[in-house]
Design a protein around this ligand. Sequence first.
Ligand code: ADP
Length: 166
Amino acid sequence: MKRAIYPGSFDPVTFGHEDMILRSAAIVDELYVAVLNNSSKNPLFSVDERVSMLRELTRDIPNVVVTSFDGLLIDYMKEIDANIIVRGLRAVTDFEYELQIAEINRVESPTVETIFLTASPNLSYLSSSIVREFALYGGDISKLVPEQFVERIYAKYDIKKRGAKN
Ligand code: ADP
Protein backbone atom coordinates (compact mmCIF):
# COMPACT_ATOMS: atom_id res chain seq x y z
CA MET A 1 0.00 0.00 0.00
CA LYS A 2 1.66 3.23 -1.14
CA ARG A 3 0.32 5.96 1.12
CA ALA A 4 1.63 9.43 0.35
CA ILE A 5 1.13 12.83 1.86
CA TYR A 6 0.92 16.11 -0.03
CA PRO A 7 1.41 18.76 2.66
CA GLY A 8 1.02 22.48 2.19
CA SER A 9 -0.60 25.71 3.26
CA PHE A 10 -3.24 25.77 0.49
CA ASP A 11 -4.11 29.37 1.43
CA PRO A 12 -6.01 29.38 -0.88
CA VAL A 13 -6.04 26.26 -3.00
CA THR A 14 -5.16 26.98 -6.67
CA PHE A 15 -5.28 25.22 -10.01
CA GLY A 16 -1.62 24.39 -9.34
CA HIS A 17 -2.54 22.42 -6.23
CA GLU A 18 -5.43 20.74 -8.03
CA ASP A 19 -3.08 19.63 -10.80
CA MET A 20 -0.61 18.24 -8.24
CA ILE A 21 -3.37 16.35 -6.42
CA LEU A 22 -4.71 14.77 -9.61
CA ARG A 23 -1.28 13.76 -10.82
CA SER A 24 -0.05 12.34 -7.53
CA ALA A 25 -3.32 10.53 -6.74
CA ALA A 26 -2.82 8.72 -10.03
CA ILE A 27 0.53 7.26 -8.97
CA VAL A 28 -0.05 6.25 -5.33
CA ASP A 29 -2.67 4.08 -3.67
CA GLU A 30 -3.79 6.67 -1.17
CA LEU A 31 -3.03 10.38 -1.02
CA TYR A 32 -3.42 12.45 2.11
CA VAL A 33 -3.72 16.13 1.27
CA ALA A 34 -2.75 17.70 4.57
CA VAL A 35 -3.12 21.34 5.55
CA LEU A 36 -0.32 22.50 7.78
CA ASN A 37 -1.64 24.37 10.79
CA ASN A 38 1.19 26.85 11.02
CA SER A 39 0.55 29.14 13.95
CA SER A 40 3.36 31.52 13.00
CA LYS A 41 1.62 32.57 9.78
CA ASN A 42 -1.35 34.90 9.55
CA PRO A 43 -3.53 33.00 7.10
CA LEU A 44 -6.30 34.30 4.86
CA PHE A 45 -8.42 31.17 5.44
CA SER A 46 -8.66 29.20 8.66
CA VAL A 47 -7.43 25.62 8.62
CA ASP A 48 -11.04 24.37 8.74
CA GLU A 49 -11.97 26.52 5.75
CA ARG A 50 -9.00 25.25 3.78
CA VAL A 51 -9.80 21.64 4.66
CA SER A 52 -13.40 22.05 3.52
CA MET A 53 -12.38 23.72 0.25
CA LEU A 54 -9.97 20.87 -0.46
CA ARG A 55 -12.67 18.33 0.39
CA GLU A 56 -15.07 20.01 -2.04
CA LEU A 57 -12.41 19.97 -4.71
CA THR A 58 -11.43 16.33 -4.26
CA ARG A 59 -14.87 14.90 -3.56
CA ASP A 60 -14.79 12.76 -6.70
CA ILE A 61 -11.27 11.37 -6.27
CA PRO A 62 -11.78 8.17 -4.26
CA ASN A 63 -8.20 7.70 -3.04
CA VAL A 64 -7.76 11.23 -1.64
CA VAL A 65 -8.18 12.03 2.06
CA VAL A 66 -8.03 15.64 3.27
CA THR A 67 -6.75 16.34 6.76
CA SER A 68 -4.78 18.90 8.75
CA PHE A 69 -1.85 18.57 11.10
CA ASP A 70 0.43 20.61 13.27
CA GLY A 71 3.91 19.94 14.47
CA LEU A 72 6.43 17.96 12.48
CA LEU A 73 5.40 16.41 9.20
CA ILE A 74 7.35 13.22 9.85
CA ASP A 75 5.61 12.74 13.20
CA TYR A 76 2.23 13.08 11.53
CA MET A 77 3.33 10.63 8.84
CA LYS A 78 4.06 8.02 11.50
CA GLU A 79 0.57 8.57 12.87
CA ILE A 80 -1.09 7.89 9.52
CA ASP A 81 1.49 5.33 8.41
CA ALA A 82 2.63 7.15 5.26
CA ASN A 83 6.18 7.10 3.92
CA ILE A 84 6.06 9.20 0.77
CA ILE A 85 6.00 13.01 0.66
CA VAL A 86 4.86 14.71 -2.52
CA ARG A 87 6.02 18.24 -3.26
CA GLY A 88 5.87 20.44 -6.34
CA LEU A 89 8.75 22.16 -8.05
CA ARG A 90 7.92 25.29 -10.00
CA ALA A 91 11.23 27.01 -10.51
CA VAL A 92 14.81 26.90 -9.28
CA THR A 93 13.71 29.13 -6.44
CA ASP A 94 11.66 26.23 -5.01
CA PHE A 95 14.54 23.81 -5.38
CA GLU A 96 16.96 24.94 -2.70
CA TYR A 97 14.38 25.08 0.06
CA GLU A 98 12.72 21.82 -0.96
CA LEU A 99 16.07 20.02 -1.09
CA GLN A 100 16.88 21.14 2.45
CA ILE A 101 13.53 19.99 3.78
CA ALA A 102 13.77 16.65 1.97
CA GLU A 103 17.25 16.05 3.39
CA ILE A 104 16.31 16.90 6.94
CA ASN A 105 13.29 14.63 6.70
CA ARG A 106 15.51 11.84 5.39
CA VAL A 107 17.94 12.30 8.28
CA GLU A 108 15.12 12.29 10.82
CA SER A 109 13.21 9.45 9.21
CA PRO A 110 15.28 7.33 6.77
CA THR A 111 12.32 5.33 5.46
CA VAL A 112 10.61 8.45 4.18
CA GLU A 113 11.04 9.36 0.51
CA THR A 114 10.21 12.75 -0.98
CA ILE A 115 9.07 12.75 -4.56
CA PHE A 116 8.86 15.91 -6.64
CA LEU A 117 6.51 16.59 -9.48
CA THR A 118 7.52 19.41 -11.76
CA ALA A 119 4.79 21.97 -12.22
CA SER A 120 2.73 21.74 -15.37
CA PRO A 121 4.20 24.43 -17.66
CA ASN A 122 0.96 26.42 -17.88
CA LEU A 123 0.76 26.57 -14.07
CA SER A 124 4.37 27.08 -13.13
CA TYR A 125 3.84 30.78 -12.41
CA LEU A 126 1.00 30.10 -10.01
CA SER A 127 1.18 30.32 -6.22
CA SER A 128 -1.26 31.07 -3.40
CA SER A 129 0.58 34.30 -2.68
CA ILE A 130 0.07 35.49 -6.27
CA VAL A 131 -3.65 34.75 -5.90
CA ARG A 132 -3.82 36.69 -2.62
CA GLU A 133 -1.97 39.64 -4.07
CA PHE A 134 -4.17 39.72 -7.17
CA ALA A 135 -7.40 39.40 -5.20
CA LEU A 136 -6.35 42.12 -2.78
CA TYR A 137 -6.28 44.62 -5.64
CA GLY A 138 -9.44 43.28 -7.26
CA GLY A 139 -7.61 41.42 -10.07
CA ASP A 140 -9.29 38.66 -12.03
CA ILE A 141 -8.45 35.40 -10.27
CA SER A 142 -10.84 33.20 -12.25
CA LYS A 143 -7.98 31.68 -14.23
CA LEU A 144 -5.99 30.93 -11.07
CA VAL A 145 -8.41 29.11 -8.77
CA PRO A 146 -11.39 26.78 -9.22
CA GLU A 147 -14.56 28.74 -9.91
CA GLN A 148 -16.36 27.81 -6.70
CA PHE A 149 -13.67 29.55 -4.61
CA VAL A 150 -13.44 32.87 -6.47
CA GLU A 151 -16.17 34.67 -4.52
CA ARG A 152 -15.00 33.22 -1.20
CA ILE A 153 -11.56 34.67 -1.78
CA TYR A 154 -12.86 38.12 -2.75
CA ALA A 155 -15.18 38.06 0.25
CA LYS A 156 -12.21 37.71 2.59
CA TYR A 157 -10.77 40.94 1.30
CA ASP A 158 -14.10 42.78 1.43
CA ILE A 159 -14.51 41.78 5.03
CA LYS A 160 -10.97 42.85 5.79
CA LYS A 161 -11.37 46.16 3.94
CA ARG A 162 -14.63 46.95 5.74
CA GLY A 163 -13.03 45.94 9.00
CA ALA A 164 -10.16 48.33 8.38
CA LYS A 165 -12.49 51.29 7.75
CA ASN A 166 -14.58 50.81 10.90
P1 ADP B 1 3.90 25.57 1.39
O1 ADP B 1 3.71 26.71 2.34
O2 ADP B 1 4.12 24.25 2.06
O3 ADP B 1 4.86 25.81 0.27
P2 ADP B 1 1.84 25.78 -0.63
O4 ADP B 1 0.37 25.62 -0.45
O5 ADP B 1 2.33 27.09 -1.10
O6 ADP B 1 2.44 25.38 0.77
O7 ADP B 1 2.40 24.65 -1.60
C1 ADP B 1 2.21 23.29 -1.32
C2 ADP B 1 2.95 22.48 -2.34
O8 ADP B 1 2.35 22.67 -3.62
C3 ADP B 1 4.42 22.84 -2.53
O9 ADP B 1 5.15 21.66 -2.76
C4 ADP B 1 4.43 23.71 -3.76
O10 ADP B 1 5.67 23.62 -4.44
C5 ADP B 1 3.33 23.03 -4.55
N1 ADP B 1 2.74 23.95 -5.52
C6 ADP B 1 2.13 25.12 -5.28
N2 ADP B 1 1.71 25.71 -6.43
C7 ADP B 1 2.08 24.86 -7.43
C8 ADP B 1 1.97 24.89 -8.86
N3 ADP B 1 1.42 25.93 -9.49
N4 ADP B 1 2.45 23.84 -9.55
C9 ADP B 1 3.05 22.80 -8.90
N5 ADP B 1 3.20 22.72 -7.57
C10 ADP B 1 2.72 23.73 -6.83
